[in-house]
Design a protein. Structure first.
Length: 288
């Protein structure tokens, strides 16, 4: 008979499999490799150009905000400052992403709820357009933009609608098919029309995939270089950063500070909405 006054020996912790330990080590190493460029830019933004050239990977011996002040005071091509470039990029991103979300969600809803051959062909075309590289349509797009006089913020936003809609429709389509059709039937019995059913019943249920598409498209439009360059030539944050490269000089300090200032709003938004990203991608690509 065991003695009730003897302390119970603690249970030994199970040993972790060697494969799991090695996997975690590899993941930690990869995480360090991926995060290092970000730390590199952040550290060098507080150093002068000469300090960056002498010791690019070291910590700043005399941290300073002079690079950030220089970025705010500088004017680029067309007289655009960092502030005006930031405002233009913000307007382009808001108009582009809002249009992509609105058009793609409605289009995917019609395609998902229609069982005709036409809807299947249209969805297949949208899925096919997601794999077409932009360089393939770049020249015809520039010619079309010139003919339609789309060399403006509004015209550029309309182009982003067309370029971003196929991938968004593909993701929305799979998510909408997972929503029970009985909800729409109940709304129809209560007298709701198709528009009211979509915006009051269906669209609120698309929040996870909408957040995912929003983040992905914001990252794309905010950091895009090629399309604004061939359409606007100047006026966005990415194009403004060309001001720090000259024929004989390169201002690496101001460039790194500009990169930090440009990326900060997107990073904050990404951190705030990151819980929706994997959930929305998985649901939109697998369900249905």
């Amino acid at each position: 008979m065991s003695n009730p006054f003897n302390p119970v020996e603690p249970l030994s912790r199970p040993k972790r499999p060697l494969g799991l330990v090695l996997f975690e080590i590899v993941m930690i190493v990869l995480a360090i490799i991926f995060i290092y460029p970000t730390l590199y830019i952040l550290i060098n933004s507080f150093k002068g150009t000469q300090e960056i050239v002498i010791d690019p990977i070291g910590f700043p011996p005399h941290p300073s905000f002079n690079n950030f002040i220089s970025v705010l005071q500088r004017q680029g091509a067309g007289g655009f400052t960092f502030g005006t470039s930031l405002l233009n990029t913000f307007l382009i991103t808001v108009m582009s992403v809002s249009g992509i979300i609105l058009i793609s969600s409605m289009g995917a809803y019609i395609l998902a709820r229609s069982h005709s051959k036409t809807s299947w062909v249209l969805f297949s075309l949208f899925a096919f357009f997601t794999v077409i590289p932009f360089q393939l349509i770049m020249v015809p797009l520039v010619v079309l933009a010139t003919d339609l006089q789309f060399q403006s913020i509004v015209g550029l936003s309309l182009m982003y609608w067309g370029l971003g809609a196929p991938a968004a429709i593909f993701m929305y389509h799979g998510f909408i098919k997972s929503i029970p059709f009985s909800l729409e039937e109940s709304a129809s019995m209560d007298g709701a029309g198709q528009w009211r059913t979509f915006f009051q019943i269906v669209f609120p249920l698309l929040t996870p995939i909408t957040a995912t598409i929003t983040i992905l498209d914001i990252l794309w439009v905010w950091n895009d270089f090629l399309l604004p360059y061939i359409i606007l030539r100047a006026g966005t944050l990415v194009l403004f950063q060309f001001n720090f490269f000259g024929q004989f000089t390169q201002d690496f300090g101001a460039l790194t500070a500009s990169l930090v200032m440009s990326a900060t709003p997107v990073v904050i938004l990404y951190i705030a909405m990151q819980r929706y990203i994997i959930k929305g991608i998985s649901a939109g690509a697998v369900k249905g």
